[in-house]
Design a protein around this ligand. Structure first.
Ligand SMILES: C[S@@+](CC[C@H](N)C(=O)[O-])C[C@H]1O[C@@H](n2cnc3c(N)ncnc32)[C@H](O)[C@@H]1O
Length: 430
């Protein structure tokens, strides 16, 4: 059995996915992250890891030296989770030809973070490379060091060369028993001989799925929102009813403005407040036009003419509106019908994002209670509560906004643990 189980972690934020790396028996020697308060949380939770805080472009040499000071071997794994905000969902072919014709604005600079990443990977030649990102990374085009446009995945493969085999695949976290339909692109490459033999037989390095929407002989049914948080004491976005810190320090939610509360309390499970119907008991009309969107010149635009007054009795509907300061008139709030929307109890939660405390963001409202999810519930849905993780800096709790940010940007540690255990087992196979 190979003794080297060391890891370099890049773009590590507060180190949440890394909980799964360590639970799989791997040891993270060095990590790098840009933002100081994320580094501080990382250090609080990964005591044996040497953290290098700063921009990877500037820290490349320091990361390599720190590794070499701590290990004479190549890493077993480079685990890297570059930021995903710049990843485009446009077709790669169209983008490539537009860039070649000089028609397109240069790509988001965050996408080029794969360049220093691959410099480090090439210098350290890990046995395994595990890269996590959004599925649209598969379609994202960057310019290489010579300014030549290339799909990120082709760039990774080109830089790794023939010594490595592997691929990128889209994974739904719900298929691994995580109560969230979070879809991610998992890229796994190895240069190990056992890995290549495994690859030639299986064509994937992903562990077999354990759950599916419809259960089968080898999979259980997806874990639903109700299964995972249905038993927790209720909360309400009204002052005085919005916290149960006796249950858990993070079981609280923000207070909602009265008007928003009114929109949301009339919104049924799985629906958006933009489609709410009557509240006037004498009317009862259910046929007010619904909200929607259309594609205009290639862009999705939300409808602006969705009625805000009942089309039968004229009373104000509990739909998202505001009084326009310029005209003094009430009008519909701009937004898509995914906003001010309740989740559904009997399916996994939608993808948690760093906006999880905002009811105006996509599908963020509790299926039944008038409030968003508590941070404790988010920790459960992201599987963080299955590990020991402290949301503190120097012993003091971090702010709720920082907590939401690091949860929303993190990788569910259970997914990473399952992947890491699997690649360790492949490496151990005689
Ligand atoms: C998707 S998050 C990583 C999530 C993390 N693996 C986890 O599970 O918690 C990406 C991180 O990359 C960091 N980052 C962005 N630009 C960076 C840069 N130039 N150098 C180093 N880190 C950077 C961001 O601050 C962010 O914390």
């Amino acid at each position: 059995m190979p003794s080297n189980r060391t890891v370099l972690s890049l773009f590590s934020s507060a180190g949440i996915g890394e909980l799964g790396v360590e639970a799989a028996g791997l040891s993270i020697l060095v990590n790098n992250e840009l933002v100081p308060n994320r580094c501080a949380i990382y250090q609080e939770n990964h005591l044996k890891t040497h953290t290098i805080c700063g921009d990877i472009w500037e820290k490349e040499d320091e990361i390599l030296s720190a590794w070499r000071e701590r290990s004479a071997e190549n890493p077993f794994l480079v685990y890297t989770t570059p930021p995903c905000q710049g990843m485009s969902s446009n077709g790669a072919g169209k983008l490539l030809s537009e860039i070649r014709q000089g028609n397109r604005h240069p790509e988001d600079p965050r996408n080029r973070l794969i360049l220093p990443t691959m410099h480090i990977v090439k210098a350290l030649r890990p046995v395994w490379l595990l890269l996590e990102n959004v599925p649209t990374m598969g379609n994202t085009v960057i310019r290489d060091k010579d300014g030549i446009p290339i799909r990120i995945l082709d760039y990774i493969q080109r830089e790794l060369g023939d010594e490595y085999c592997g691929a990128a695949s889209v994974v739904n976290c719900a298929d691994y028993g995580i109560p969230q339909t979070r879809r991610r692109l998992i890229t796994l490459f190895t240069r190990s001989e056992r890995g290549r033999t495994y690859w030639n037989t299986h064509g994937t390095f992903l562990p077999p799925i354990t759950h599916s929407e419809v259960p089968t002989a080898s999979t259980k049914k997806w874990v639903s929102l109700r299964d995972s948080i249905g038993d927790l004491p209720p909360l309400d976005a009204r002052k005085g009813r919005n916290a149960r810190r006796d249950v858990h320090p993070w079981h609280f939610v923000p207070v909602m403005r009265d008007e928003k509360y009114w929109w949301m309390e009339h919104t049924p499970e799985g629906c958006t407040a933009y489609n709410n119907q009557w509240v006037n008991p004498k009317c009862g009309f259910q046929g007010n036009r619904l909200h929607g969107s259309q594609v205009e010149r290639g862009h999705h635009t939300a409808n602006r003419d969705t009625p805000i007054y009942c089309e039968r009795c004229g009373s104000l509907l509990p739909r998202p509106t505001l009084v326009d300061k310029a005209t003094g008139e009430r009008r519909l709030l701009n937004g898509y019908d995914t906003a001010y929307r309740r989740m559904e109890w009997d399916v996994p939660a939608p993808t948690l994002t760093q906006n999880l405390l905002f009811e105006s963001s996509d599908k963020k409202v509790h299926p039944e209670q008038t409030r968003v999810l508590s941070l404790y519930e988010a920790l459960i849905l992201q599987t963080i509560t299955e590990y020991s993780f402290s949301l503190t800096i120097q012993g003091k709790y971090i702010s709720k906004n920082l907590c939401a940010e690091i949860i929303g940007e993190s990788v569910p540690p259970r997914l990473i643990e399952m992947i890491c255990r699997h690649i360790v087992s492949i490496s151990n196979d005689a």
